[in-house]
Design a protein around this ligand. Structure first.
Ligand code: ADP
Ligand code: GLC
Length: 485
């Protein structure tokens, strides 16, 4: 089976969040299972092509992409996902991709990703690669199913191609001026009021994908149900209900080689469910690295996150000082995003020196060291399509405290609710007091080291690899090939 996997980010080349991890790991497992995957993404200026062994695809040098009335030349760099057969094509267009960040609020943001999608079709044409499936991810590549139907349908290369759109986050929809439809080769009128691609007076990339893809998936079974409700549907729940026969929730896996406490090169001491002694050493060295004063028995809470409103940190703000006053809790925090949260956490680190350590920015190594060293890991997200960090935590014997939503609900089982199965602590009502109570509840459990170890060991022994989920993707690809839904 041939799959063209198109994405706006992929680790280790370019990453802002979990989509990059999924793009880096799912295609590799698919290819191990016999699927031939070509992955296509932009060449952002932050990617050092030579370090990753890419070479310029000279045969595609200065390939011209037509976008509406304009033609834009691109170069293409060719390489592989590290240690794999997955072929990667980077679209080199400095005009669009040499910016300060992967995503921008610039007026041509829609154009940047329309170019990517046209380029993906053109690369397949140039290589005579007939994909059984085009797999789009999130709004940035969600026009491809419609572009196939309306713009590239003349090409026999794609006559048996079916399309899949994976929704990693329904809240980001790519709303843009309806005029951009023309640049994507789509009928302008479908982006007008009442049209198939229109939402709120704009061309919606995501709605277009939802209405035209042969199959839809999202990244956990619970989120697949949630987005069909008004409260999580971001205005698209009616359409998702309409297409529910084509929609499935497939839980993300994780890369169990990259996130393996017995071999992780980012952490100073290795450990396993059988021997946790290295974890205690990781804790001591993180305290040193981040400037925390940690006595034996002081509970350490880790946070590694984008600071976006989705992540629920405003629940923590109003109870933070109570937590500090009535416990010995320590925080190791890594993240960036909303300046309000950046400022708040910075303020807490000044108010509680030695107890709250904050590092602003993206730092892959530190993310691993926080996972390895912490007792608990906090994810109070209002919604979480899947979430990866709770699974990384479980693998590192770090007990997640989560709001019961989306993938968090599917992967973390509350120790009080399921005494024999519990792997963490979770709460239904996303309010500051409930969050505070849950953190205190977890700290009570932490006092009983034997019980805590049992919780740790259940999490560490859970299989979060991609094996099963990759089979579900293959099954979805096959069913898209066989029949309409
Ligand atoms: P989302 O994609 O919504 O941000 P996920 O939990 O799916 O949430 O994935 C987030 C990914 O980004 C994880 O791999 C996490 O470790 C990583 N990450 C988030 N913030 C940082 C940071 N500041 N430094 C390093 N890695 C980070
Ligand atoms: C999104 C979601 C996150 C999910 C990730 C990868 O960024 O917010 O929950 O894990 O995509 O699918």
């Amino acid at each position: 089976m041939n799959v063209c996997f198109v994405t706006s980010e992929c680790a280790p080349f370019a990453k802002t969040g979990g989509l990059a991890d999924v793009s880096a790991s799912l295609p590799i497992v698919l290819s191990q299972k016999g699927v031939r995957v070509k992955l296509i993404m932009p060449l952002y200026s932050s990617i050092s092509v030579l370090d990753f062994g890419f070479v310029q695809a000279v045969e595609l040098s200065q390939t011209v992409i037509s976008m509406g009335h304009e033609t834009i030349p691109i170069d293409v760099w060719y390489g592989h996902l590290p240690h794999s057969d997955v072929e990667v094509y980077l679209i080199d267009c400095p005009r669009f991709y040499h910016r300060g960040s992967i995503y921008t609020g610039d007026p041509d943001e829609a154009d940047r990703f329309i170019l990517l999608q046209h380029a993906a079709f053109v690369i397949m044409q140039r290589y005579d690669f007939s994909p059984d499936i085009i797999h789009s991810n999130d709004w940035q590549t969600a026009l491809m199913p419609a572009m196939l139907k309306y713009h590239y349908n003349w090409d026999k290369l794609f006559s048996t191609t079916r399309t899949v759109l994976s929704i990693h986050n329904l809240a980001y929809q790519g709303l843009t001026d309806p005029d951009f439809a023309f640049r994507a080769g789509l009928p302008r009128e479908l982006a007008d009021k009442g049209g198939l691609f229109e939402f709120s007076g704009a061309l919606s990339f995501l709605k277009t994908g939802i209405m035209t893809a042969d199959r839809l998936s999202t990244v956990s079974p619970t989120y697949a149900r949630e987005i069909q409700s008004e409260s999580f549907g971001e205005g698209l729940d009616g359409l998702l209900r309409m297409r529910s026969g084509c929609l499935r929730g497939i839980l993300n896996g994780i890369d169990t080689d990259v996130w393996n406490p017995s071999t992780d090169p980012h952490i100073p001491n290795h450990f396993s469910a059988q021997d946790l002694s290295g974890k205690a050493l990781c804790r001591l060295s993180l305290a040193k690295e981040m400037g925390l004063k940690l006595e034996k028995g002081d509970p350490l809470m880790g946070i590694v996150s984008r600071f976006a409103s989705q992540k629920g940190f405003d629940l923590l703000v109003s109870v933070f000082r109570d937590l500090m006053r009535f416990s010995n809790l320590r925080f190791a925090i890594l993240g960036s995003g909303d300046p309000y949260f950046e400022a708040f956490f910075h303020q807490m680190s000044s108010e509680y020196p030695g107890r709250v350590a904050v590092h602003k920015g993206m730092n892959e190594g530190l993310a691993h060291r926080i996972e390895a060293a912490s007792d608990m890991f906090l994810m109070p997200s209002y919604y979480e399509p899947c979430g990866l960090n709770q699974m990384y935590s479980l693998r590192y014997g770090t007990i997640p405290i989560v709001h019961k939503t989306g993938g968090l609900a599917d992967t973390v089982f509350d120790a009080d609710e399921f005494p024999e199965l519990g792997t963490g602590f979770s709460f239904w009502n996303a309010t500051p007091d409930v969050l505070k109570d849950t953190i205190f509840r977890a700290m009570d459990w932490l006092e009983d080291r034997k019980q805590w170890k049992a919780i740790q060991s259940r999490g560490m022994n859970t299989d979060f690899s991609w094996a099963k989920s990759a089979d579900e993707y293959i099954e979805m690809y096959s069913s898209a090939q066989k029949e309409a839904c």
